[in-house]
Ligand binder design. Structure first.
Ligand code: HEC
Ligand code: HEC
Length: 623
């Protein structure tokens, strides 16, 4: 499904504004792009009018009228895709009415939200059981879209931009195609993603022309991969059967890499993404494509912090009874989980409410915990240490630990020399452990090996599984590439939460609703009822049982849950489910292929993270 609530991050907007204050220099590409935009936005506006006419003609007893409206929407979307790169980059706020996800976007902490609007909402309505019954809504939506579209040219009044900006808009559009277009994020029911991606690339092919000159070294390869990508899309139009892995590795990722090289060669680099994206990385699957330091953090990366953090991670002395360390519930040998449905609480016999998440890739999130209640890893560590149910530690217990073990005092003093600001011991522990957790990104799975060029790393079944994951099964519309978590492309500036209606048990024959209310406990707004953060599926083959409640014992059961359309598909009441309730119609074999693909996302972890010496602190007296 399309992303749901967007946890806002203003740093990107700020970055864009800063980018725009650069004095414009080279503009030959911009001039051509502006002409292109002028013509194409009129074509788009025309197709919006056609859509409105088609919608007005809808009659439930005449299926061809509904078919016509869907075709008109298809056409409209294709025309939108030709100007998307330009519109979304230069006129972000004006662009929102066209292709926004059909969801309530909630602005935290103000709890304001906007009604869903635009082509994606229209798509949903055109696939309702009784479309004619939705005609009033449809006419209102198509009317709004088409009246705004007539103003698209007016946006150019007093428009100034330079080639650096234009090229960045093209870069970002490529990422959009790879991570969203091809997976059908924008139009899961219409399944127009392949044709739309071709339309986007054709637009880029046109506006890139002024840069593809004979004297530019990388010009030939950019032209070649562009043409090959477009032709592959045209000759493989079946959305469900599209070979995404082949398209990625043979065509569009090489295109992304060469475009990067060309931009560098032309000296026209610009990065307004708040440096979240590392444009030097090559392509979106390169291991260094996301900049860890752009995610929420309180400290500065430094190896002494990591060393101390690693030691403290295994230190039972930070808990109130000297028996529990982070590793108790996040054991490296179990891929930083405890392999239990719900972790054992501080008292040693009852259970905490939720399943212990793996910590691998936890640093690449804007929110921690299943309900996103902690805003940074540091914040998260403080919460766990002080939680009476988990570690039940305190500032005093940490002082006791430091006094008891002189080694620690030296380490602490070395890592936090006097004069670096006064911090509590809890803060120092939080900074160190958080910095250690940030290092847990091995990116050495078979899938990563394959994307690095080792074509023997994946078998046929696993390749089929990837293609299903990113296509027919719609997994990639929430578990976004490259980390397959809730980080929303192309800016990777929000971590999304979604409502699936995860059941209380994995018995889908007799589904029961789970009582955990999720994010609504943090922000009391009805759309957050049972909303949970989208976790990464990297390493899931080693981190069962699954989901926030640990209710799903196998990956097959998880995929079967999706196959049935989540809670609503299973017949449970759930008014705000964001997962599509339409069954995916995956065969047993396809489910198995997806599971086999998930297995390829397992890193080799234990070899990379040697266990530090266990410390025995059992006889510290805290009180
Ligand atoms: C008693 C078991 C337990 C202990 C001890 C524990 N955790 Fe956790 N951890 C959990 C559970 C359960 C969750 C999920 C809770 C939730 O989301 O509400 C979690 C979640 C997390 C998350 C969030 C991951 C994500 O993707 O949202 C991080 C990070 C984390 N723990 C790190 C730590 C660190 C660091 C320590 C030591 C300071 C620690 N934990 C100690 C059980 C534990
Ligand atoms: C609508 C968005 C959405 C879609 C589509 C989606 N997921 Fe998820 N996924 C989530 C969320 C949110 C969770 C956490 C749900 C919870 O804990 O209740 C999750 C959890 C999971 C988990 C459990 C991870 C863990 O560590 O416990 C797996 C595995 C998974 N999804 C795989 C898939 C696969 C495979 C598909 C495609 C068949 C898919 N997902 C489609 C949003 C989505």
């Amino acid at each position: 499904m399309k992303g749901f609530f967007t946890i806002c991050c203003i740093s990107f907007c700020v970055a864009i504004m800063v980018g725009f204050t650069d004095p414009p220099r080279n503009t030959k590409g911009v001039e051509q792009a502006v002409l292109f935009y002028k013509t194409q936005s009129e074509v788009f506006a025309q197709s919006c009018v056609q859509l409105q006419i088609a919608v007005a003609g809808i009659r439930q007893d005449r299926p061809s009228t509904i078919e016509n409206a869907r075709k008109a929407l298809w056409n409209c979307r294709i025309n939108f895709k030709k100007i998307q790169f330009f519109l979304e980059y230069f006129f972000k706020s004006a662009s929102l009415i066209y292709n926004k996800a059909p969801k309530y976007e909630i602005e935290e902490p103000f709890m304001e939200y906007q009604e869903p609007i635009g082509l994606q909402v229209i798509e949903g309505l055109l696939f309702e059981n009784n479309v004619e019954a939705k005609k009033v809504d449809l006419l209102q939506q198509t009317g709004a879209v088409s009246s705004s579209a007539t103003d698209l040219n007016a946006l150019l009044y007093d428009f100034k931009a330079d080639d650096k900006q234009l090229l960045e808009s093209i870069r970002l559009e490529l990422i959009r195609i790879i991570t969203l277009g091809i997976v059908g994020f924008d139009a899961p029911l219409l399944k127009s993603g392949i044709a739309e991606s071709a339309a986007s690339l054709e637009a880029l092919q046109f506006v890139l022309k002024p840069f593809l000159t004979a004297d530019a070294k990388h010009s030939d390869s950019v032209s070649k991969y562009l043409a090959a990508s477009i032709s592959f899309l045209h000759s493989n139009q079946d959305f469900d059967r599209f070979d995404r892995l082949a398209f990625f590795t043979k065509h569009i990722l090489p295109l992304q890499r060469h475009l990067g090289l060309l931009i560098k060669e032309l000296n026209l680099e610009l990065n307004t993404t708040g440096a979240v994206l590392n444009y030097d990385a090559g392509d979106i699957f390169s291991v260094d494509v996301l900049n860890l330091t752009s995610f929420p953090h309180e400290g500065k990366p430094d190896s002494s912090l990591v060393q101390l953090g690693k030691q403290l991670f295994f230190e039972t002395g930070i808990s109130g009874n000297n028996k529990i360390s982070c590793a108790t519930c996040h054991d490296p040998a179990k891929y930083f989980t405890d392999a239990l449905p719900q972790s054992i609480a501080f008292d040693g016999h009852s259970h905490v409410q939720r399943n212990a998440a793996s910590l691998l890739y936890a640093g690449f999130q804007y929110r921690q915990f299943w309900d996103g209640r902690a805003k940074s890893l540091e914040d998260q560590v403080r919460t766990v240490i002080n939680n009476p149910q988990e570690m039940n530690g305190s500032e005093e217990s940490l002082v006791a630990l430091l006094n008891y073990k002189p080694g620690y005092k030296t380490l602490f003093d070395r890592t936090f020399p006097e004069g670096k600001g006064s911090k509590t011991n809890t803060d120092k522990v939080a900074l160190s452990i958080a910095e250690f957790v940030r290092t847990l990104n091995p990116r050495n799975s078979m899938f990563d090996q394959y994307m690095k060029g080792d074509t023997t790393a994946l078998g046929t079944q696993q390749i089929k599984g990837f293609n299903l994951f990113m296509g027919k099964a719609q997994c990639g519309t929430c578990h976004f590439a490259p980390l397959f978590n809730g980080l929303l492309p192309p800016f990777y500036n929000v971590t999304e939460v979604e409502v699936l209606g995860t059941t209380k048990t994995d018995n889908l024959e007799k589904p029961e609703a789970d009582s955990d209310r999720g994010r609504i406990n943090i922000f009391p707004i009805s759309f957050y009822e049972k909303a949970f953060k989208t976790p990464t599926v990297r390493n899931v083959s080693a981190t069962g049982p699954y989901m926030h409640n640990g209710a799903f014992k196998t990956l097959e059961a998880v995929v079967e849950f999706y196959n049935k359309g989540g809670a609503v598909g299973l017949g449970l009441p759930m008014s705000n489910q964001t997962l599509s309730a339409v069954p995916l119609k995956l065969s047993k074999e396809e489910i198995n292929d997806i599971v086999q693909f998930l297995h390829t996302l397992k890193d080799s972890v234990t070899t990379r993270i040697p266990l530090p010496q266990r410390t025995t602190t059992n006889n510290i007296n805290h009180k």
